[in-house]
Design a binder for this molecule. Structure first.
Ligand code: SF4
Length: 369
């Protein structure tokens, strides 16, 4: 890639939209798995430019959105009751837990810090040898190498007052869970380009074969997304199901072997609870036994038996593609980015926040404002 502007060219966008309109005959629901893709589709107005028989359905690819309430409660407990320096990415601190968010904990005096990298947290641990430092390691396969690297770094440097609270989720098992739902109305997937840049594309062949569904690994710029949609529609119209890679400038078939090796050093695949969706077998990463001293849950022996969701939040239905964010009765009324009921209204990758921030004029028109 030389310039990002090549992938935002209005002329290329127009040509791709024309070809999609000329190609599509049936009615198709295409799920973009990744929250970054959702935001790009909404922010760039692509949802409104596609023909009405190509519906984009928004998937569960927002790691902050699917982090279970119980883990947020554990983070709050660590910050409030164990006097740790609790470090996290910015979005995570505003997500509601059962009792309070990390932001509310901070307002009550807890030492909660927003960081851009887990390596900063290791540095804070070195600078504060008399305090425990915990990094809330949230993310898909994409951020797992950096979080794993922070543990390797702490281990090699003999930093013993550092640990991670892990909330890592994996994309392919989530796609399987969506397809296994009897009410699923997804006809094809746009695969998450950045996840495949790390993991490669091999994990998706079995899903294509098992569910006879097209998957096109796709990037994030308007031209990427429209190319991915066009490649998907072409398959659907021909009755084909294949794994294709639109994002070849970034995604290599085998992924990034060094990054995968780093992940494998620290993490093992475990069952994982997804907020709003439930438990998905073998859909997350946990810290391996030999690095358990760096696993905050084991280190601090935290066990919070009961956590409570706001049951009026329909985030599970949004993330499984059953409803669009503006079909939730709370959207824009009881639930806004200032007073969110659920994580998808908080996160920069959440579908509800995307609709609220970039799609509001259309939505308000639709609900009669
Ligand atoms: S609009 Fe708010 S309440 Fe509704 S699904 Fe989205 S986050 Fe949950």
């Amino acid at each position: 890639m030389k310039y990002v502007s090549e992938f935002r060219s209005p002329e290329v966008v127009d040509a791709l939209l024309k070809e999609i309109r000329e190609t599509v005959k049936g009615n198709w629901n295409i799920m973009e798995v990744c929250g970054g893709q959702t935001h790009s589709l909404v922010k760039n107005g692509i949802l409104n430019m596609l023909p009405s028989n190509v519906q984009m359905v928004h998937g569960p690819g927002c790691p902050v959105c699917v982090t279970p309430v119980n883990l947020i409660d554990k983070a709050v407990h660590l910050a409030m009751d164990h006097n740790v320096i609790l470090c996290s990415y910015g979005d995570m601190i505003r997500v509601p837990g059962s009792g309070m968010s990390l932001l509310e904990a901070k307002s009550k005096g807890a030492d909660v810090r927003i960081l851009y990298s887990p390596l900063e947290a290791v540095k804070i641990a070195k600078e504060n040898p008399d305090r425990e430092v915990v990094f809330f390691a949230v993310g898909f396969e994409t951020t797992a190498p950096a979080n794993a690297l922070s543990v390797i770094h702490a281990f090699k440097e003999g930093v013993k007052n550092y640990s991670i609270l892990t909330s890592h989720v994996l994309v392919p098992p989530a796609m399987e869970a969506i397809m296994s739902d009897a009410a699923c109305k997804v006809d094809a997937f746009l695969g998450a380009g950045h996840v495949c840049a790390i993991m490669g594309i091999g994990e998706y062949y079995p899903i294509v074969e098992k569910y006879k569904i097209p998957i096109v690994v796709t990037g994030f710029e308007p031209v990427d997304l429209l190319e991915g949609i066009l490649m998907t529609v072409k398959q659907l119209e021909k009755g084909e199901y294949k794994l294709e890679n639109q994002y070849t400038r970034v995604v290599e078939t085998g992924g990034n072997k060094n990054a995968v090796k780093t992940i494998d050093e620290i993490f093992e695949v475990t069952d994982r609870e997804w907020r709003g969706i439930g438990e998905i077998p073998r859909s997350g990463y946990g810290v391996k036994e030999q690095y358990s001293a760096y696993d905050a849950v084991r280190k601090f022996k935290i066990d919070i038996a009961e956590s409570h969701e706001d049951l009026t939040c329909l985030s599970g239905d949004v993330m499984k593609g059953k409803i669009k964010p503006d079909q939730c009765p709370n959207f824009g009324t009881k639930c806004t980015p200032v007073q969110p009921l659920g994580a998808p209204m908080v996160s920069s990758e959440g579908a509800c926040a995307a609709y609220y921030n970039f799609h509001m004029a259309t939505v308000l028109e639709g609900i009669g404002h």
